[in-house]
Ligand binder design. Structure first.
Ligand code: AMP
Length: 632
């Protein structure tokens, strides 16, 4: 019997042997010449010279043995649509989409920006890009026009694929006005937009470069598009993620390394095998959607359930009824969803037959103990926390049940995954921390397969952002605090930077501050993350107005609050809207002018702000305290 310890050591000490074996999990049209090229740190190239294709591995490869097995079960509780696609049908749909894209001159290396709600066509479009060797860049449908414009300018797509509308909690969200606005804001001129008409919204994009998908799909109904065999290290996609500055970073992923890592993770961590049914209620706009709604389950021959809707509509039993109806074996969501479900009638869960369900996986934000205990008790199934980031593409800390059944420890997602040379580093010296000592979670070079290759179009930013932040060491910083115990289990203790996590979504507080500052009444603003019982964290904004006296007039405060919320909605999207806006006449800063965000957050959480050696004016903190107390 292999043990975790042995396997892990081999993955670190003999990465070529370890990953060379794992690479057999996927199809290589041309075998690789070298498992790892580590000649140019911190860049790593995996499976050099090997040629493969993500779409081939996710779809075509299964046609011989499982053409009639469901590949995709699509469920929308917003529109009432439920559809199953076998691997053969998925193959046909992806070929149609690829043929349509090819007719629009999309070719290898071109970027395709996908701005779509949770519809099956989104999955077809991503796989069609992979088939053609085009690089998809999915932008979360909840993002507003300026956000979309920034991503258009960075990715310079040859095509945008969008829909008339998304739907959430019974509300239709028109996409086309957002796309129209983004197109006019962006400097880069997108040559064409493909529209998937769900017939939800009456208004249409009027632009002359708009192309309707449906007639083209008919035209290419029987199309067959060859897979483009890509060298393992060519880019497969770019996924933007928030950092500490307003400018989003395009996380660039490869082809071969990603496919191998996902296939390995399906066995080592998720214990999912071909024929199983996996339900990951998340969004294709996030990394978990890329990895565990689409690529990993399909590469491993599972059936993936794609869901449009919330966990509580029409009622809090909807997900559990899906488990029963589709005999779901594996579920993967974020702790926020569980905290939402916790408020529902427990009967709703008990009424469903959950016998098919083996494990519930949770990731994306800290799993607090009460939530972990509640769901474990209610479900009576293993609940497995796992920790990762957009950058890593798959869990870097988890319990590797597929290798060894290590016992879980409450408060920790587990131990480092294969190939992650993880250490806790002292923030000041870069030295490795002793067990039990808090440090920055860092990863040694090379990052294992599946992790980000670079920042799209900006190698320097990749090096400077991630590889230079731990002093005296060339290690990758996760920007998370952690602590490791004697058995190697790591607990996550929150971010080291100004990034907050609201309902599993990563938001840069600076981005929100920049949006609020654009309002003419605002002089200065600080946004902090404050503990929230349901969402994990909520954004609180502390605003200094140019003319504080305005607030004395009746109704002005409420009006301003609404305007500020609207400003954030239109610039970033409603997910970034602050939960509370407090007005103060000054903000607490250090003498060098740095905002004391951690101190503000502490006060908002009812804690003491701690050591404040160089605070400029203690009065500012008192104001924050008073504003919190007054609820204004
Ligand atoms: P994202 O790239 O949007 O998935 O966000 C990644 C960040 O979410 C990490 O850097 C952590 O701060 C947080 N995170 C993800 N998974 C976990 C987890 N299991 N426990 C605690 N924090 C997590």
């Amino acid at each position: 019997m292999t043990t975790y310890r042995e396997e892990f050591r081999r993955s670190i000490e003999a990465p070529e042997a370890f990953w060379g074996e794992q690479a057999r999990r996927i199809h290589w049209e041309t075998p690789f010449e070298k498992v790892l090229d580590d000649s140019r740190p911190p860049f790593a190239r995996w499976f050099v010279g090997g040629r493969t294709n993500l779409c081939y591995n996710a779809v075509d490869r299964h046609l011989a043995s499982r053409a009639q097995q469901d590949a995709l079960i699509y469920v929308s509780t917003e529109t009432g649509i439920e559809r199953r696609y076998t691997y053969a049908e998925l193959h046909a749909e992806v070929n149609r989409m690829a043929a349509v894209m090819r007719s629009l001159h999309v070719k290898k290396g071109d970027r395709v920006l996908i701005y779509l709600p949770m519809i099956a066509e989104a999955l077809f479009a991503m796989l069609a890009c992979a088939r053609l060797g085009a690089i998809h860049s999915v932008v979360f449908g909840g993002f507003a026009a300026p956000n979309l414009a920034a991503r258009i300018d960075d990715a310079k797509p040859a095509l945008i694929i969008t829909a008339d509308a998304g739907a959430r909690a019974g509300k239709v969200i028109d996409y086309t006005p957002l796309v129209d606005e983004a197109l006019s804001r962006a400097e880069y001129k997108v040559p064409q937009v493909l529209l998937i008409d769900r017939q939800l919204a009456p208004e249409r994009l009027q632009a002359p470069y708009l192309i309707a998908y449906e007639p083209l799909r008919e035209q290419f109904f029987d199309a067959c598009v060859q897979c483009e065999w890509l060298e393992s290290n060519e880019p497969s996609y770019v996924l933007y993620t928030s950092g500490t500055t307003g400018r989003p970073k395009g996380v660039q992923r490869d082809v071969g390394g990603y496919a191998v890592a996902l296939a390995a993770s399906m066995e080592h961590i998720f214990q999912g095998a071909a024929g199983d049914v996996m339900f990951t209620p998340s969004d294709i706009g996030w990394v978990v959607g890329h990895s565990y709604i689409i690529y990993a389950p399909l590469i491993a021959g599972l059936t993936t359930v794609m869901y449009e809707g919330t966990p509580v509509r029409p009622d809090g039993g909807v997900w559990w009824r899906l488990v029963e109806q589709y005999r779901i074996n594996l579920m993967f969501t974020a702790p926020t969803a569980i905290r939402v479900l916790k408020k529902q009638d427990p009967q709703l869960m008990q009424q469903a037959d959950l016998s098919s369900l083996r494990t519930l996986f949770l990731a994306g934000e800290p799993l607090d103990e009460p939530t972990a205990q509640w769901i474990q008790g209610a479900l009576r199934k293993p609940v497995v926390d796992n920790y990762w980031q957009t950058e890593t593409g798959w869990p870097m800390i988890a319990i590797p049940h597929g290798i060894e059944d290590l016992p879980p420890k409450l408060g920790s997602p587990g131990v480092p995954s294969m190939g992650f040379n993880l250490s806790l580093r002292d923030e000041q010296t870069g030295d490795i921390c002793a067990p039990g000592e808090k440090g920055v979670i860092a990863l040694g070079y090379p990052l294992p397969p599946g992790c980000m290759q670079t920042v799209w179009g900006d190698d320097r930013r990749f090096v400077d952002t991630y590889w230079k932040s731990v002093p005296n060491q060339q290690v990758y910083s996760t920007f998370d605090w952690g602590v490791q115990d004697d058995d190697g289990y790591v607990s996550i203790l929150g971010r080291t930077d100004d990034v907050i996590n609201v309902a599993g979504h990563r938001l840069g507080t600076r981005e929100i501050e920049e949006a609020l500052s654009s309002h003419p009444a605002v002089a200065e603003v600080a946004v902090v993350g404050v503990a929230d019982a349901v969402k994990g964290q909520a954004a609180f904004a502390f605003v200094v107005l140019r003319d504080a006296d305005r607030l004395n007039a009746p109704g002005v405060r409420e009006g301003l609050e609404a305007e500020l919320a609207h400003t954030v909605d239109t610039q970033l999207g409603a997910i970034a809207r602050p939960a509370r806006v407090h007005f103060v006449s000054m903000l607490p800063k250090t003498r060098s002018g740095k905002l004391l965000r951690r101190a503000i957050a502490a006060l908002a959480e009812g804690r003491e702000p701690g050591d404040l050696p160089t605070i400029e004016d203690i009065g500012a903190l008192q104001q924050v305290k008073a504003a919190l107390g007054a609820g204004g």
